[in-house]
Structures are given as C-alpha cells and as structure tokens.
Design a protein around this ligand. Sequence first.
Ligand code: ATP
Ligand code: MG
Length: 352
Amino acid sequence: MKNYNISLIKGDGIGVEIINEAVKVLDAVAKKCNFNLEYKEYLMGGVAIDKIGHPLPKETVDGVLKSHACLFGAIGGEKWDNLPRHLRPESGLLKFREELGVFANLRPAIVYDELTNASTLKPEIIKGCDIMVVRELIGGIYFGEPKQNDGQKAFNTMVYTKEEIQRIGKTAFELAMKRDKRLCSVDKSNVLEVSQLWRSTMIELSKEYPEVKLSHMYVDNAAMQLVRNPKQFDVIVTGNIFGDILSDTASMVVGSIGLLPSASTGNKTSVYEPIHGSAPDIAGLGIANPIATIESAAMMLKYSLNEEEASNIIQEAIKDVLKDGYRTKDLASFDAKEVLSTSQMGDIIVEY
Ligand code: ATP
Ligand code: MG
C-alpha cells in the first residue's frame, strides 16, 4: 500500500477547525482508494509564538521539507498584532513561503452551478465561471527591501527581477496551454516601473507560447471587470499584492471566501491552503466553512500525490452536498435546505 507523509500546520483561529475536517475527509478517501496518509503536526504562527516565542520554528521548515506535501490552515489574530513586526505570525508565514521557494500560488475560482441562482450577482454573469488566478508569492512588495516605519515616515519597496517574472510567467503560460489558452496579465504599468518590466517580460515570454492569447489589464480595472464580467477571464497572472486582492474579489463571484482553495508550488514541497485567513471573528463558533480547505486537500492529492481518483471523489462529494442544499452559515442565503456546522459539513462530505 502506498504511504505518504503529510505535514499539517493547523495554525490559529479557524485553522484548527478546518484542518480537522480536511483530515477527516482525507482519511475516508484514502481508505476507499487504498493508500495511507501519515500526518505530522508542526507549529506556526500565534500558537508557535505562545509555545516557543517565535512564529516559525526551524523544525517546521525541516519537517515540511521532508514531507510529500503540506496542508496548511491559517495563522494570525489580534492577540499577536502588537508584537514587533519580525515576531508576528504573518512574518513567520512569509519566511515559510520563502524558505520553501513556493513562488507560484494557484487559486482556482470556480462557480458551482448549485450556487448561481442565489448569488447577489446575476446568474447569467457568473454561471460556468472558471478562473485560475496565478499569484506570485515570494516577491513583490511583501518582501522588497528597504522597508521602514519609524513613526514619522514609512515605506515598502515593490521589487521584481526579470527572472522572477519569467518564472511565474512560465507557470501561467503552461497552465493556460492546458486550459482555454487565454492569459490576462494584471499590473499597474501606467504608474509603476516594476509593472513596466512585468509587462514587457510577459510580452517577450509570449513568443514562446504563440497559441496563448495574452492580454494585459491594469489592476484597478481588473478588480472591476472581475465583478462585471468574470467569464472574460481564463488564467490571470499577477504579482503578490495584486493577486492577494484579486483572489478575495474573485471569492465574491464564487459566493464565499470559504470556498476558495490554493496550491503554492516551487521546486520543493508544495503547500495547500485555503485563500482565506484565520477569521478570528468566527473562531471557535463552529460556523467556518471547511470546503476551501477540503478542496485544497483535493488539490494536494492530485498535484503532489498523483492520486487523481481520490481527488475527484472529494470534488464530486462537495458538488453533491451543495446540490442537496447543505450549507455552512456563510452560504445560508444561497438556497440552503439545511445550515450545518463546520464539523457537520465535514461529516456529510465524508458520507457522500
Ligand atoms: P489574511 O490576511 O490572512 O488573508 P484577512 O484579514 O483577509 O486574513 P480572513 O481571515 O480571510 O481575513 O477573513 C475575512 C472575512 O471572511 C472574515 O469576516 C471571516 O470571518 C470570513 N471568513 C474567512 N474564512 C471563512 C470561512 N472559512 N468560512 C466563513 N467565513 C470565513
Ligand atoms: Mg486576505
């Protein structure tokens, strides 16, 4: 029987609740498909600060690097917001991504047929929408030096090297080749130098992919177009901060931020996590939607473990559960037949 080592980082807030549901579903599908998953838990974020005084223990990075894949919940919360910047949960996460070299963050935003009629957006605008946001994850303004805040003046620096742009560009073009061969590169090249290099590099790279129709959009317009007519997009490639914002925007097209999974990949171990954060406002209430995390686990099975059948089983189960009207609270207004708690949602996905 095949055996896979999975590193688990539950983190803070709803992170614990949603990862537990994903593990429940993973175990059920592993049994059905005849493979074994061995989990090891590692600390990161606020919980690591509380236990060892630092948001990213070395054992976490080492352990994840040795595993086949990492399933990640979410980190952060008000309790740690006033710590010095380098000791905050978010600094641990950025360092973690950097250490793993996960430069490409793939964020599929797919509208379920079952949710289209109840959306606040018109069904004809969103029905069948299937977008892949490719977000650069270890560069740009979240990482650039110098940065400072001395209380009187503060700044960050948005930096991209040509090599970094080519690397994420290649990932996006390759993905577009496997999909509808339409790639929209999002930047702000009318204002930012770094975006000019981004755009010219994408144009240069497009010569290697003559079949892919490359277009360009400024980020402000892209945010508007995502809501106005999301189906015009197939693959979107963009930098770290723009990708962060645009994928949260895309979540409203899909229906809830609790539905969007992601895969972060590079040349080492890949990390699978929902696009949302630790949602401190609803932590411990048992109302978080675990579907984004369960979908992330399905992506892990497909991309890192090559267990495509198991991955499909999960995805079909989620569709069927939604078709039958089961919803968590965030989707209660979407033609709900029954509103379930976080763990009831995990249970019912296992049952299907
Ligand atoms: P981050 O900086 O880590 O992305 P954030 O500040 O963007 O975090 P989130 O934690 O993503 O914030 O939460 C944004 C909003 O979405 C909150 O109101 C939260 O309750 C809600 N939310 C996030 N995840 C879920 C979920 N799985 N189910 C239901 N609601 C969620
Ligand atoms: Mg966010």
